[in-house]
Design a protein around this ligand. Structure first.
Ligand code: NOJ
Ligand code: CA
Length: 606
């Protein structure tokens, strides 16, 4: 289970690999607009992205599994919320060892999710609403049920043999018939990253599950296959990709053993294979540069110092990446909770603002399908009032910090973690494999394991959307058994109720997104932390001064925690007009000292 934690704990300084910058061919569809505050404006910098986990969004045929028609059904809900890009977690044909992150056919829709016609209809309906769609690109590995792998494992001379990473084992003196794995790589999902295959008596590499063999990116044929499937979806009209564990595609030459130091966090080594940037530049040259597409890489193993190498516009690789510094601030080893301070979070965002320049771009997110529910993870669910306030405060932060904002389905309702009680309540392969390694392996007690997985397990965010107070939260029919249980709090936390209630989290997020859309300072403006050392109040300004236009200046004040706080604004900053807040009656327009109640958030113009 150590490995499971290491998977997500990728922080430290490594050498940035600089390779010569490829020339980006001129993209006929993109016109160069004048810069704003030194930034080249683009639609994806201004976007608010909403992640959909299709399995859990809306079931329309009563099989207990969400489907593409269910997404089409709810597009008006998303349009009303104001998000303009949808990121769809994998929708491809898959045996679902890892819920679609194990792809059997990259050009087919998962049977449970519907048909290609359903996909085309969904895409057309998204476009008709002037929204965009990015899809998940999972090409570090495929499913072992992909025909490439079936061929590859069939014989050493198969033309597909080199599509994957095969190695002889190491001699095993104790049992010569069963060689030892080629090296000491652990899998992110527990155990060794090597699987013995009896047919050809070699091991194959799988950094994730046994059913997720790693593709061999050294082979140009593999890269061409990937570029081909990317074009297939781009030509259909999708607007880009979220790229799964993309820095891992280049492996270390010769695959030497991890040193004890590297074994602490192998992701740092794995993310920095020597050909990473070359592969991404090739992908950019051969595919991305020809389309007006957005890319966001899941940058497992990449530190902030290394970030610009991947996202700097002049390097022609990706547009932005997910860096996990903020979202993992409270996470210790083995799914344990680590004490953290607000100042640490502020330092992370401040460093991002300092390190990333005008040709770089950032993302802001505090939840996704691999992390707990936003409000349970960082907010306060001890009372209904605090759940609502803290969810609004967190959304205020995500939607006013620097970078493209990513929201995860259900967080706009303040959905919470699930009351997991026993192993059979979980579905996630990460939890099941970890159970064998930790509990059966005697590292932690069963009770401790369940309580840690209940706190941080990935299934928390994967429980079905809560649409209404109807049976199963309206996710599926009353008779159906949802693939993962609906959180029993759906009777009070659901979309129907929140859309109706003007003061709900949903309607607050809707107002926030509208405010962001109307004021470019939240996108391109400067960021200044007003009180880096304050342990309770996170206060910052976003300012945009453009020639010939009046300055746009906003002050965001977030009181983290239940305690009331008094916050003295620094010299020269006075609260102006209150444009949005999460506590009724609080205003203090014009004040130089603010009096904030528990979990209060305010946005002033000033
Ligand atoms: C990262 C994805 O977000 C996660 O859900 C998945 O299990 C791994 N990559 C493997 O694809
Ligand atoms: Ca269904």
């Amino acid at each position: 289970m150590k490995h499971l934690i290491l998977f997500f704990a990728a922080y430290s300084i490594g050498a940035t690999l600089l390779v010569s910058s490829a020339q980006r061919p001129t993209n006929p569809t993109v016109q160069t607009a004048p810069t704003i505050n030194g930034y080249q404006p683009t639609w994806w910098k201004e976007a608010v992205v909403y992640q959909i986990y299709p399995r859990s969004f809306q079931d329309t045929n009563g099989d207990g599994i969400g489907d593409l028609n269910g997404i089409t059904e709810h597009l008006d809900y998303l349009k009303k919320l104001g998000v303009n890009v949808i990121w769809l977690s994998p929708h491809y044909d898959s045996p679902n060892a890892d819920n679609g992150y194990d792809i059997r056919d990259y050009r087919k829709v998962m049977r449970e999710f519907g048909t290609m016609e359903d996909f085309d209809r969904m895409l057309a309906a998204i476009k008709a609403r002037k929204m965009r769609l990015i899809v998940d690109l999972v090409v570090n590995h495929s499913s072992d049920e992909h025909h490439w792998f079936a061929e590859s494992r069939s014989s050493k001379t198969s033309p597909y043999r080199d599509y994957y990473i095969w190695r002889d084992g190491r001699p095993n003196p104790a049992d010569p018939a069963h060689p030892l794995p080629p090296n000491n790589y652990p899998s992110y999902f527990s155990g060794s990253a090597w699987q013995w295959d009896e047919t050809t008596k070699q091991f194959y590499l799988h950094l994730f599950a046994v059913k997720q063999p790693d593709l061999n990116w050294e082979n140009k044929k593999v890269r061409d296959e990937v570029y081909g499937l990317m074009k297939f979806w781009l030509d259909k009209g999708v607007d880009g990709f979220r790229m799964d564990v993309i820095p891992l595609i280049s492996k270390q030459p010769g695959l030497p053993d991890l040193t004890p130091e590297q074994a602490h966090d192998p992701s740092k080594l794995w993310a920095n294979g020597p050909r990473r940037d070359e592969f991404l530049q090739e992908m950019n040259r051969e595919v991305l540069s020809k389309y007006d597409a957005m890319t966001v890489g899941e940058a497992i193993g990449i530190t902030l110092d290394e970030e610009s190498a991947l996202v700097n516009a002049k390097r022609h690789e990706l547009d932005m990446i997910f860096n996990f510094d903020a979202i993992r601030v409270n996470r210790g080893p083995l799914y344990s909770e680590q004490a953290w301070q607000l100042q640490t979070m502020k330092t992370i965002y401040d460093n991002h603002a300092k390190v990333l320049g005008k040709d770089d771009w950032d993302t802001v997110f505090l939840s996704n399908h691999d992390n707990p529910r936003l409000v349970s993870n960082f907010g306060d669910t001890s009372t209904e009032e605090y759940r609502q306030r803290s969810a609004k405060l967190l959304e205020t932060m995500i939607l006013t910090l620097r970078g493209t904002a990513f929201l995860y389905q259900g967080d706009e309702l303040g959905m919470t973690n699930f009351p997991f009680k026993k192993l059979s309540d979980f579905n996630d392969i990460e939890v099941m494999n970890a159970y064998k390694e930790w509990v059966v392996g005697g590292k932690v007690s069963e009770a401790e394991f369940i309580s840690r997985c209940a706190r941080f397990g990935r299934d928390n965010s994967r429980t079905p959307m809560q649409w209404s107070e109807k049976a199963n939260g309206g996710f599926t029919t009353a008779e159906a058994k949802p693939w993962l249980a609906v959180n029993p709090n759906y009777r009070t936390i659901n979309a129907a109720e929140e859309v109706r209630d003007a003061d709900s989290i949903y309607n607050y997020v809707r107002r926030l997104i509208a405010l962001r859309a109307a004021n470019k300072s939240f996108v391109y403006g400067d960021y200044t932390d007003l009180a880096p050392d304050d342990p309770h109040v996170f206060a910052y300004t976003r300012r945009l001064e453009q020639p010939g236009k009046s300055a746009e200046r906003f002050l965001v004040v977030l009181n983290w925690g239940e305690q009331a706080s008094e916050f003295k604004l620094p010299e020269g900053v006075k609260a102006g007009k209150l444009v949005l807040g999460n506590v009724k009656g609080a205003d203090e327009a014009g004040a130089s000292t603010l009096h904030l109640s528990g979990w209060e958030a305010r946005i002033y113009s000033y």
